[in-house]
Design a protein around this ligand. Structure first.
Ligand code: URA
Length: 241
């Protein structure tokens, strides 16, 4: 039996969520009165998370669904859950779905494309951790022609003096004089714009088409799609596409 993101032993969980003593909880488990995710469970040491469905004698102790959503963020929508001036990504969802969601990575106000929303904090941390190297594919349009040496510069990493960091190697695929695909494996503040600024160019438009194995495809601006648990888990297993 699997529960995503182990957190706490099942016997401890039952003890915390019922008035029973440790001994009684053991007996409840041994008596086959506990169900985890719909299956009888007698394993006291099973590690359970906040998203496991746990019942004793059919009574729900915990039943909370993990939600994973991909959204095509339009320009002018802010990557935040509250904002006093602009519509937020949550305004693109029905009110009934928006509760308790947070973003796994942000896009600038004018940037369009794929953003991820979830109520699963461990998942969003793993999606955004640079050491997980989840690939993000951007389409970039620039003011000046894109210099041929930009490919080597971005592959070597760009030094950002403000943070005293060098960006991870990134892959630039030039489409024509002013357009390119750029793949990043991290998500620093204004990263694409700052990388192009270091080579004396300005990003005029930016669109994120892909995150790991997830592509926007024909998802229209402002539209969203709920991800299956398999798709969500595949994303944090993905190193590259
Ligand atoms: N890099 C940027 O500069 N802006 C974004 O929105 C995303 C990546």
């Amino acid at each position: 039996m699997t529960c995503n993101y182990p957190k706490m032993r099942l016997d401890r969980f039952i003890q915390l969520h019922t008035p029973h003593s440790k001994q009684t909880c053991k007996a409840i488990l041994a008596g086959q009165r506990v169900q985890v995710n719909g299956k009888l469970c007698t394993e006291a040491r099973l590690a359970v998370s906040e998203f496991c469905d746990i019942r004793v004698d059919g009574q729900i102790l915990q039943s909370r669904q993990a939600v994973y959503i991909m959204l095509h963020k339009p320009a002018g929508v802010v990557s935040s859950t509250v904002h006093h001036q602009h519509p937020t990504v949550l305004d693109c969802l029905p009110e009934s779905m928006a509760e308790n969601l947070h973003l796994a990575g942000r896009l600038d106000l004018k940037t369009t494309g794929l953003v991820l929303l979830t109520n699963d904090g461990q998942w969003s941390r793993r999606v955004t951790q640079p050491n997980k190297k989840v690939a993000k594919l951007y389409r970039v349009s620039t003011r000046e022609p894109i210099a041929a040496q930009a490919q080597a510069v971005f592959a070597a990493g760009v030094y950002f003096a403000n943070e005293d960091v060098t960006t991870l190697p990134a892959e630039l695929q030039i489409i024509d004089r002013h357009n390119a695909w750029l793949t990043l494996y991290e998500g620093r503040h204004h990263q694409v714009k700052r990388m192009f600024a270091t080579i004396g160019n300005e990003v005029l438009s930016l669109h994120r088409e892909r995150v790991g194995s997830l592509s926007l495809g024909d998802l229209a601006p402002g539209a969203f799609r709920e991800l299956s648990r398999e798709q969500a888990m595949a994303l944090i297993g993905d190193l590259k596409f």
